[in-house]
Design a protein around this ligand. Structure first.
Ligand SMILES: NC(=O)c1ccc[n+]([C@@H]2O[C@H](COP(=O)([O-])OP(=O)(O)OC[C@H]3O[C@@H](n4cnc5c(N)ncnc54)[C@H](O)[C@@H]3O)[C@@H](O)[C@H]2O)c1
Length: 248
């Protein structure tokens, strides 16, 4: 049976790489992103189609509970069933704690943490009925350490790791596994927050065991593992995908 997955925030960066990587592994896909990303989302859908897989695109904001319910319903209707949910959508706007506003704190938690909860909740009835599900949450190295200007982001990603653990406890009885991936320094538009200063780049290369930055494609294998039957007895885990970084 062909496997089907939903990937949120799939129009660029890590989400796009996951979409193409899952397509290459034989998944049909439902890809979501916010409406300003419509053209790039459609371009990714075209790349999925070039790989011979079916692709549904859905414009939806993961911070909006109604959009999450609609995403789940449209994915199930468009694909027939959904095996895997990859909660990838995320935002990072740097601000020191002194500069941080309640609005930026709330917006960050709403997308990065509440979005994961809302998409998970929206898919549970379908996965529970089929007694099968693979949920993969994209957390971050920031859940372990974080960097200056990322207190709100680190809090949101720590929430994702905690939510992953309890989701695993609650959903295991229905054949649903829930795991998280914690990427390190990955070269994407978001990753540029860490990479504008050449000295920071040199520093990250030095403190990473593999002595290089990550590419979006580096995140794909671990996500595909958690989305597949190869990880059938693995749940509640958070795996660092960071090249072996010592962050100080
Ligand atoms: N790049 C890194 O170094 C890094 C490291 C650790 C974790 N991550 C995480 O990986 C994930 C992908 O990040 P990326 O580096 O590809 O970033 P990115 O900014 O390139 O892509 C994020 C995607 O999420 C989408 N998005 C933003 N808000 C959304 C919303 N409300 N609803 C739906 N989609 C929304 C964006 O439009 C974009 O397509 C994020 O969860 C991020 O926190 C990234």
């Amino acid at each position: 049976m062909t496997r089907h997955a939903i990937v949120t925030g799939a129009s660029r960066g890590i989400g796009r790489a996951i979409a193409l990587g899952l397509a290459e592994r034989g998944y049909d896909l439902a890809l979501t992103d916010i409406s300003p990303q419509q053209a790039t989302l459609e371009a990714v859908a075209g790349e999925v189609a070039e790989r011979g897989r079916r692709c549904v695109t859905i414009l939806a904001d993961v911070s909006d509970p109604e959009d999450c319910r609609r995403s789940a319903a449209e994915a199930v209707r468009g694909l027939g069933h959904v095996d895997a949910l990859v909660n990838n959508a995320g935002i990072l706007k740097l601000a020191s704690i002194e500069e941080l506003t309640p609005a930026l704190w709330d917006a960050t938690l709403a997308v990065n943490a509440r979005g994961v909860f809302q998409m998970t909740q929206a898919l549970i009835p379908h996965m529970r009925e089929r007694r099968y599900g693979r949920i993969v949450n994209i957390a971050s190295l920031a859940a372990r350490t974080g960097g200056p200007g990322q207190s709100h982001y680190a809090a949101s990603k720590s929430a994702v790791v905690g939510f992953t653990r309890v989701s695993s406890m609650e959903l295991g009885q229905y054949g649903i596994t829930v795991n998280a991936v914690c990427p390190g320094i990955i070269q994407t538009e978001m990753g540029m927050n860490n990479l504008r200063d050449p000295e920071r780049v040199a520093y990250f290369e030095k403190v990473t065991d593999l002595h290089r930055l990550g590419n979006p494609e580096d995140v794909v294998g671990p996500v595909a593992f958690f989305a597949s039957d190869d990880s059938a007895f693995v749940t509640g885990q958070a795996l660092n995908v960071d090249g072996g970084i010592f962050y100080s």
